[in-house]
Design a protein around this ligand. Sequence first.
Ligand code: NDP
Length: 392
Amino acid sequence: MKKISVLGATGSVGQNTIDLLRRTREDYNIVALTGGRNIAQLAADAIELQADIAVTAYEDLLDDLRAALAGSDVEAAAGEEAIVEAAFRPAFWVMSAIVGAAGLRPGLAVLEQGATLALANKESLVAAAPLLLETARANNARILPVDSEHSAIFQALVGEDRSAVSRVIITASGGAFRDWPLEKLATATIEQASTHPNWDMGQRITIDSASMFNKALEMIEAREFFGFTPEQIEVLIHPESTVHALVGFKDGALMAHVGPPDMRHAIGYALNWPRRDTLPVERLDLAAIGQLSFRTPDLNRYPALGLAHQVMEAGGLSGAVFNAAKERALDHFIGGRIGFWDMNVIVEEVLNRQSPGQSHKDVSITLDRVLQVDHLARICADDVMREQANRK
Ligand code: NDP
């Protein structure tokens, strides 16, 4: 039986992963499930799947978790360190579906113990790709992409000569506001931004889809994970979210990955890799779909895409600055302290102030440096927000 852990088990990707594990329960031994505030879900899944340990990120919730696990054999633990320790418990395959930079240290722990890291947590790759990739290499561990676009690229590259790739196209639904008049975006509410036209995802990535910060992270993720140059990475708006990515080759061929907007496909591919196995996802009826459409994104509507290019060109620790500024701006939007459009303004300003010192190509990327840069970028984002408020 394969030993499996799921980090971020209570979230959208985590629950989709558990759905797949539940269907082939007899193949797996669940080591650790981790979550945050959703103690009831964490405990219920840990008991059902007979996990060795359940961990919440929040120490003040340890008593609640213990109470919810009472009478079972599941161990309880809490706090950031406890999550890192759980990630370090020997396993064959670990899903990293924690949201945000909080996923970085647990992801590194998974690689240090030599397990396969199924990586949904794109933020860790954007902030610290060289560190993750080097840790994987040094420990003979593997990272498998779970972001649907990157899973699509990964699948399109099977058996191909990487040097024959000329470009990659990542598709984007365009998010909640793709058809809104530009001038109305400043008035977008949290509720409006939290509704995705096609995908059912956690709130943070859903809002990032509306602003396209999610696509910006994915461009950087594609550059870092696959080693494409910034010029090779294109984004197209594809409202149907059916073609997840396309890889273009020297001879002009485009290999597309086509499937329903269901994360269980990408998760299942990583879980069964290198085999393909039956998955409980819809079989597309292309005749019923009839038409698929694509268009070039308007950079005035989605400044995040331009910022992604800036980050890719700068390299070094710019990704850590960008991600932290984005996370903090999103915190402020969700907290009702800034408007939707202000997120763009804050991230751009933090990049301009913090990135130049971090972008040298030869900057050493250690965990301490990444965490420090992340911390400073968050403070800077708060400063910019206050300055903006004072000006209004
Ligand atoms: P959710 O918000 O739905 O879930 C996040 C998970 O992380 C939950 O288990 C949450 O716990 C836990 N968590 C929150 N804060 C912390 C913390 N500080 N420390 C440890 N755990 C924490 O997110 P998604 O599932 O939507 O996304 C997860 C990751 O996958 C993100 O990086 C996202 O970009 C990526 N991704 C998601 C896709 C999707 O379809 N949702 C698609 C592709 C990539 P709790 O809920 O109990 O508080």
